[in-house]
Design a protein around this ligand. Structure first.
Ligand SMILES: Cc1ncc(COP(=O)(O)O)c(C=O)c1O
Length: 320
């Protein structure tokens, strides 16, 4: 019996509350990528939507609830993608959205947060400093703090990806999920372990931001003092205990990949699949590149979870 904070019936209901523009994203086998990687690779494309990441699945749920409650404001800390998603969903519902982010987050993400009408406050520290500041703002203003991965709606939103994967026939052998705070991995993992328990759920994190992966292996919260990775979307340092508990229940493995593999994955997704992705979205391909024998001859799904990237940096990476 699978015990997590999530519930399949609630996830099915959640699917109906999300703007369809974020749902039923393409899922297709990419032959050219598979040939190069030595296994069948299917792509679940979460970038062809107005915020270019999966995060709006969750913000649609949070903002829908807030609007129903007659609330007017909401604040979140963001590495860049949650803030865009909250900006998009909040604006549609007339909410005042405040996003706190690191000054060093990719400019493309910060620009888009502003363009979506959110108030953007920058902090000098990293994502964890932004989390602290967002909590302070929520307390001062008495507005709802959206805490990614801790708030159940953020996990349920991401879990709807799992429903779409579980609908797929024939099924596949493994799914590779970028791991940051853990909303996506716990959400998708919960659904797959319930509806398609034979599918191996593998979380992937950069070796330069390993806190949640180390926590998963040691079965206790392990924090780090710093992060060093180009995969800014998954660069947290303080895993949340409740999310770790869920992850322990639904993930079969959590692996770390090198920066060079992430870059190679981005390049391969461009050359073989015609996809411009941000580093976090290349983690799955990076995991196959680092351990080809594990995946040889199997059918693997990788979730392409974001494509908000600074173009200068992107060009540098894919050309190097
Ligand atoms: C592109 C991208 N991939 C992966 C993640 C990690 O997702 P989670 O925090 O749900 O683990 C994020 C988080 O914002 C993201 O923006």
């Amino acid at each position: 019996m699978l015990t997590t904070r999530l519930d399949l019936d609630r996830i099915r209901v959640a699917r109906r509350a999300i703007d369809p523009i974020f749902l039923d994203t393409p899922l297709y086998e990419c032959d050219a990528l598979g040939r190069q990687l030595g296994c069948a690779v299917s792509i679940k494309l979460e970038t062809a939507n107005p915020v270019r990441s999966f995060k709006a699945r969750g913000t649609e749920l949070v903002t829908g609830l807030l609007a129903d409650q007659g609330r007017v404001g909401v604040v979140c800390a963001s590495a860049g993608n949650l803030g865009q998603a909250l900006g998009w969903s909040g604006r549609r519902r007339g909410l005042d959205v405040t996003v706190v982010a690191s000054r060093w987050a990719p400019a493309a993400k910060l620009d888009r947060i502003r363009a979506l009408g959110a108030e953007l406050e920058l902090v000098d520290g990293d994502f964890e400093a932004a989390r602290e500041r967002a909590a302070g703002i929520a307390q001062q203003r008495g507005v709802r703090l959206v805490e990614d991965s801790l708030d159940i709606e953020t996990c349920e939103g991401a879990a709807t990806i799992g429903l779409e994967l579980a609908d797929r026939t024939p099924s596949f052998d493994a799914v590779l999920i970028a791991l940051g705070g853990g909303a996506m991995a716990t959400g998708v993992g919960h659904v797959l372990k319930t509806l398609a328990p034979g599918v191996e759920v593998i979380c992937v994190q950069p070796a330069g931001a390993p806190a949640m992966t180390r926590s998963w292996h040691q079965r206790r919260v392990v924090t780090t003092d710093s992060t060093s990775t180009i995969a800014d979307g998954v660069a947290g340092r303080y895993p949340i205990r409740a999310v770790l508990d869920d992850l322990l229940a639904v993930a079969d493995d959590a692996v770390l990949v090198r920066e060079a593999s992430i870059v190679a994955g981005m390049r391969m997704l461009l050359e073989r699949a015609g996809l411009v992705v941000e580093p976090s979205a290349a983690l799955g391909v990076a995991a196959i590149l680092e351990d080809p024998d594990r995946f040889a001859g199997r059918h693997v799904v990788t979730i392409i979870c974001g494509s908000n990237v600074d173009l200068d940096a992107y060009h540098r990476w894919v050309r190097s």
